[in-house]
Write a protein of this length. Structure first.
Length: 480
């Protein structure tokens, strides 16, 4: 049986082999015609690896000549190649393989298939990443908040803050070195309360122009800006002084310039502030005899939680008007003296018909005063009966200075109720007729000599009494 089978298989063996080869060839021809090998181009972006190698060299690289995208051909069966897309390939350039040249440096590009790698052929001829190398520069900048626009009327911008506030930048030295400042701008137009916004920082050169950031690497892309909106208020400035000017001179006025400033703060703080007061010790007038000005930093005297709306108003000028005083003497009748605190049952007699009162002040102010308008006061509280010398006081405006003025007087313990000598006693107990009688006795032409001298031969000016005459007069009254 086996022999028969073997004989049949080996019968015409040559023809059978030829037939087999022909069949295989025909099969392969059919297959190739139905699923031929084809070439297909692909273009993908190059992935750069180990970039820090360039940075460690102190260099910055930039891909040039559009070599960041690579085009290559893939060969394979149509049934496979037609299934492929750009995502099935990866092109990488490893900076560890950088070849430095004078003008343009290159890095070989490796292209691999992520699927069907064993069934595909990829052309790799001449595939290189071309880069230019420049000096690398790293820098960091404080981000400055900037407000755009103005808040609503009666409100002002308060504090501003940026989070985060530090920007780190790296890139070509030629570009990074142009950066002068970094600012984050927030719009506060017509705002009445705190505002928060996300902002892209702007890199500016020395002229305030934007720097191109396309070739720069930054650690952050956006920041948060907070802007506080405060209430505004106009308040007066008050200033005083300490010390005393030169004798004969007086401080007439202390005038700040400006006389009021605009401050800002929270409503609860500003409600209790009506003025900014400069302490008296700040301005000293000791020995001064002329007008002078003094520069003062008003911010030192602002209450806690308050700032100036306009920081340029921090330094104000205070004018201190120091002028020499003029003196004017007034002759005031003793009838015009008000006596305070004279006990009941007592009366007072003045030892002169009138007193000389000297007042210092500006001529323009002194011209408004008259002798009759002055109402000097003599306070006799606690004074016992007998002869005394008292200090008169006047109730005048503080712009006047009154010289020391004394007047002699006598307090009598026994009132004159009979009035046998024709004297009258006023409500204060003052014997006015007695003073007139004394004055008449001392006036020239009415005494025994007729020449203005008294019995002792002493010359006394009109209105100037003598103590011995007062004693005689008082004695006469007592006898009555």
């Amino acid at each position: 049986m086996l022999k028969r089978l073997a004989k049949k298989l080996t019968h015409n063996l040559g023809l059978k082999l030829v037939a087999l080869l022909f069949a295989v060839g025909m099969w392969m021809a059919v297959v190739n015609l139905d699923d031929p090998t084809i070439n297909k181009p692909f273009t993908i972006a190059v992935t750069i690896e180990n970039e820090d190698v360039i940075a460690s060299m102190g260099k910055y690289f930039e891909v040039i000549n559009e070599s960041g995208n690579v085009t290559f051909n893939v060969s394979g069966k149509r049934s496979i190649v037609d299934k492929l897309s750009v995502s099935d390939f990866k092109a990488t350039a490893d900076m560890n393989q950088l070849i430095q040249q004078d003008d343009t440096s290159v890095v070989p590009i490796e292209i691999v298939a992520l699927r069907y790698a064993s069934q595909l052929t990829i052309s790799r001829r001449g595939k290189e990443l071309q880069v230019s190398l420049e000096d690398l520069m790293r820098a960091q900048f404080i981000i400055q908040p900037v407000a755009k626009g103005d808040p609503a009327d009666g409100y002002a911008l308060g504090s501003m803050e940026v989070t985060p506030n530090l920007l780190k930048v790296s890139g070509p030295k030629a570009i990074v070195s142009e950066i002068e400042s970094v600012k984050a701008t927030i719009d506060i137009s017509d705002m009445t309360s705190r505002i928060t916004d996300s902002v892209v920082p702007a890199l500016l050169d020395k002229d305030g122009e934007a720097v191109d950031t396309t070739r720069l690497t930054m650690n952050i892309s956006t920041v948060t800006v907070n802007a506080e909106i405060l209430v505004e208020k106009n308040v007066a400035i008050r200033a005083g002084y300490s010390g005393d000017p030169e004798e004969g001179f007086e401080v007439i006025a202390v005038t700040p310039d400006p006389e009021e400033i605009k401050i800002k703060g929270t409503a609860d703080v500003l409600n209790g502030i009506n003025a900014i007061t400069i302490p008296d010790t700040v301005i000293n007038v000791d020995g001064v005899n002329a007008i002078f000005t003094q520069q003062i930093d008003i911010t030192k005297y602002l209450p806690s939680g308050v700032t100036l709306s306009d920081s340029s108003q921090a330094n104000i000028t205070v004018k201190v008007d120091v002028e020499q005083l003029a003196g004017k003497t007034f002759t005031v009748p003793v009838d015009n003296i008000d006596v305070d605190n004279l006990p009941e049952g007592y009366r007072i007699m003045f030892g002169t018909r009138s007193v000389e009162i000297t007042i210092f002040g500006l001529n323009s102010d002194l011209s408004e005063l008259t002798a009759t308008s002055l109402r000097p006061v003599l306070d006799v509280e606690g004074v016992s009966a007998g002869s005394h010398v008292g200090q008169l006081t006047l109730n005048l405006d503080s712009k006047f200075i009154v010289a020391d003025t004394t007047v002699p007087y006598t307090i009598i313990t026994e009132p004159d109720t009979n009035a046998s000598d024709g004297d009258t006693v006023d409500d204060s107990g003052q014997d006015n007729d007695a003073a007139d009688t004394q004055a008449d006795t001392e006036t020239g032409g009415e005494d025994g000599n007729g020449d203005g001298s008294n019995a002792d031969g002493d010359t006394t000016a009109a209105g100037q009494g003598r103590s011995d005459t007062n004693t005689n007069t008082d004695t006469g009254d007592s006898e009555d």
